[in-house]
Design a protein around this ligand. Structure first.
Ligand SMILES: [Zn+2]
Length: 170
C-alpha cells in the first residue's frame, strides 16, 4: 500500500515538473493567482482536491525554473478574477458549479476559466509593467487550471488556457 502511494506521489511530481518545464520553456511571462493554499485547504470543502492537484507545488516548480530561464513570474491578487468580465469589467457573481461566464452587460460568453485567465494575465501585466507592452509570450492560469495526471499535452484544450499577450491589449 505504501508503495502504491509513493508511486502516485512520484508520478504527480513528475507531471508537475513536466508541466512547469513546459510553461517556462514556452512563455516569457507567467502570471499566477496568489492563492493562499494553506487558508484554502483549512477552510474549504475542496481541500483534498486542492492538495491533490499540487497547485502550490506547481507554482514553486514554475517559479524556480523561471528564475533559471530568465522568465518572469508574477503572482496576483485572486479577488474577483473569476467574477469580473474580462471584456467589459462588469462583475458577474458565479457559483463554483457555473462553468460558463455570461456577461449580462456586454453579452460576452466564454469558458469561466478562460475569462479568469485573461483577468489574471491583465492584473499581472499591470503589476509588472504598469500597463506597458513588454513580453511577447505569456501564460496565465487560475483556479481553473487543474493539472491532471491523464493529460498528455499540459496546455492543450483540457482546462489550461494559453493567452497570446498581444491579443489581450487593444
Ligand atoms: Zn462584459
Amino acid at each position: 500500500m505504501a508503495k502504491i502511494h509513493e508511486k502516485i506521489r512520484n508520478a504527480r511530481r513528475d507531471f508537475l515538473h513536466k508541466l512547469s518545464r513546459y510553461i517556462v520553456n514556452n512563455y516569457d511571462y507567467i502570471s499566477f493567482e496568489n492563492l493562499n493554499i494553506r487558508e484554502l485547504v483549512q477552510n474549504s470543502s475542496l481541500a483534498k482536491f486542492i492538495l491533490d492537484a499540487g497547485w502550490g507545488t506547481l507554482i514553486t516548480f514554475a517559479t524556480y525554473k523561471a528564475v533559471m530561464a530568465g522568465a518572469r513570474v508574477v503572482r496576483v491578487d485572486p479577488s474577483y478574477t473569476t467574477q469580473d468580465c474580462s471584456v467589459c469589467g462588469f462583475r458577474v457573481p458565479k457559483t463554483l458549479a457555473e462553468r460558463l461566464h455570461e456577461c449580462p452587460e456586454c453579452g460576452a460568453v466564454m469558458d469561466r476559466d478562460y475569462n479568469a485567465s485573461v483577468n489574471i494575465l491583465r492584473k499581472g501585466l499591470t503589476h509588472l509593467t504598469g500597463g506597458r507592452v513588454g513580453a511577447t509570450r505569456t501564460y496565465a492560469c487560475g483556479e481553473g487550471g487543474k493539472p491532471s495526471l491523464k493529460q498528455e499535452s499540459p496546455c492543450g484544450s483540457s482546462g489550461w488556457d494559453t493567452v497570446p499577450y498581444r491579443k489581450l491589449l487593444p
